[in-house]
Ligand binder design. Structure first.
Ligand code: G4P
Length: 525
């Protein structure tokens, strides 16, 4: 096997997603402990932003600043190179998370046994489904009382719209929690409260062995056997290819806080989770072994006004990145060299000499990059990004300092390229509207316009239900629609037609009255 193939095949690049408080940070931290990337619990500070009151967003930004270092956490585990991509816990930054999901090869979903599937998990799973990303579910907090595990499996199937297959099975929960039977490794993992690791892990291929009674008592042994019989009857055997296609999610049970079930999850994960997968470009399917290529999925601005540079995060889709080599920036049609690219190993940023498909590197940027930009060894490729979704909140943005109109426009332009929010321009009156997924983003934009561009903006209320991208196979029908609805039309940043519906009723009526027009709720169709 060539060095390139070997390096690619040992990489596992993934994100952990969950509803806030399900235990994502705790699980991330435990995974880092296994990888030797950190040595004490409590070292992962990112994601705690969600606990800050929404009004205190400066604090949030400060913490986001800190979290640059933890945005990507790379470490070696056995023969594998693990890259965990962090996702913001706060739902107002959901767009960030969607974009991060374009850069991962698989996902671990954390679900709280007591709460089951929650809103944010459902939404993020939609993105995984769209992209056919393989997912593993970790059911957390088994040391607490929660839902019946069988009911939870049903809920996962229904709510996440994916088939599931338990690969471990809990023996009781809450104060009576005894541990799990690890179906994947055919082991009995016994839990002792307050101990920080799996206390006893016993190979147990045949559950009819009377030894089982010795470990967990007669009643629980009987129940475990019955449960596993039921699982074998209801769920088909675990098939790794169905998982890799994104159609089947293996499920593990454990307690991240107690470090129980985490190593088992990791050991199974490295074996079954995909190494970097082929990436679809407009021109062709790019294979991981192809010459170097990658795309920018995230831009992190430096909040310090004295240091205006940003970090652009590049996911390497194929080949090997080398420091000081010449790469082509496709949109700018320009060759570029990177002497200061950083790798994210063990929470430290360090200059990288080489990196491989699957890795994420940070490129210092002074305005060359937009989200979705492609870099290659020379070939013209455009990677397909994630579509923009209709924002949920809209406001008119007005210039509050007439002397600084230019700065304001430049600021808006750059912040939108960074993916902070979406800009729509009314074709009726030329006014600019900003669409976001949360109130916080308006505050972030206002602050950054002032501090980074010296521009002042004012928000004016705008009550809209949705922005829909419109198209039609009949140019006349489209023209007719645009004429009739001219007050409600806008262009997005790429100049595509958008219909602004101020209520679901208006949208419904438009759909009914104009059957030749297609209304899309995301920008890629
Ligand atoms: P998040 O990133 O998904 O938002 O969740 P996080 O890891 O911050 O966990 C949320 C809370 O749940 C934390 O408690 C954490 O200690 C707790 N937790 C995580 N895993 C388990 C588990 O397996 N069992 C139990 N019982 N609790 C768990 P907190 O009090 O909100 O925060 P902290 O003060 O402990 O940091």
């Amino acid at each position: 096997m060539s060095e390139l193939t070997n390096e690619i095949q040992r990489r596992r690049t993934f994100a952990i997603i969950s509803h806030p408080d399900a235990g994502k940070t705790t699980l991330t931290e435990k995974l880092l402990l296994f990888g030797g990337a950190i040595h004490v619990a409590g070292a992962v500070k990112s994601n705690k932003i969600k606990k800050t009151a929404t009004s205190d967003w400066m604090e949030i930004e400060k913490q986001r600043g800190i979290s640059v270092a933890t945005s990507v956490m790379g470490f070696d585990y056995n023969d594998y190179k693990i890259n965990i991509l962090d996702t913001p816990g706060h739902q107002d930054f959901a767009e960030d998370t969607y974009r991060t999901l374009t850069a991962v090869d698989s996902v671990i979903i954390v679900v709280d046994i007591a709460k089951g599937v929650e809103a944010q998990t459902r939404k993020l799973m939609e993105v995984c489904r769209m992209r056919k990303t393989p997912v593993i579910v970790f059911v957390n907090k088994m040391d607490r009382d929660g839902k019946d595990p069988f009911d939870l499996l049903d809920e996962l199937e229904q709510e996440l719209q994916i088939h599931v297959r338990p690969l471990s099975w809990p023996i009781e929960m809450g104060v009576k929690f005894k541990g799990v039977y690890n179906i994947y490794e055919e082991k009995l993992d016994l839990y002792t409260p307050s101990k920080q690791t799996v206390t006893e892990s016993i190979q147990f291929k045949d559950l009819n062995n009377v030894e089982l009674e010795k470990h967990i008592g007669e009643d629980l042994a009987e129940k475990l056997r019955a449960d596993l019989d039921l699982i074998a009857g209801v769920y088909s055997d675990f098939d790794v290819n169905t998982y890799l296609k994104g159609d089947l999610a293996p499920v593990f049970f454990g307690s991240a806080l107690n470090n129980f079930g985490v190593k088992e999850l990791l050991d199974c994960f490295v074996q079954i989770a995909p190494s970097p997968r082929p990436t679809l470009a407009e021109e062709r399917l790019v294979l991981p072994e192809d010459p170097f290529s990658g795309f920018i999925f995230k831009i992190h601005a430096n909040m310090d006004p004295n240091h205006r540079s940003c970090i652009a995060f590049l996911k390497i889709c194929s080949g090997k990145f080398e420091r000081n080599a010449n790469y082509k920036h496709i949109r700018l049609n320009k060759m570029m060299k990177f002497t200061q690219a950083t790798a994210f190993m063990a929470q430290k940023k360090e200059t990288v000499d080489e990196a491989y498909a699957g890795d994420i590197i940070g490129l210092p940027d002074t305005g060359n990059f937009k989200i979705g930009d492609t870099l290659t060894a020379g070939e013209t490729l455009h990677f397909k990004g994630l579509p923009s979704f209709s924002p949920e909140m809209f406001k008119y943005i007005e210039n509050a300092d007439p002397m600084k109109a230019k700065q304001l426009n430049k600021g808006i332009d750059q912040l939108m390229d960074e993916g902070v929010a979406q800009l729509f321009t009314s074709t009726f009156n030329g006014r600019k509207m900003i669409g976001t997924v949360g109130q916080l983003q308006f505050e972030v934009i206002q602050y950054r316009l002032l501090h980074e561009y010296g521009a002042q903006c004012r928000w004016e209320p705008l009550s809209l239900y949705k922005a829909c991208w419109i198209e039609s196979s009949s140019p006349e029908a489209l023209e007719n629609f645009k004429k009739r609805k001219h007050q409600y039309l806008a262009l997005d940043k790429q100049g595509r037609d958008v219909f602004l519906a101020d209520s679901s009723y208006v949208l419904q009526m438009a759909q009914q009255d104009f059957p030749e027009i297609k209304f899309h709720f995301s920008s890629e169709f």
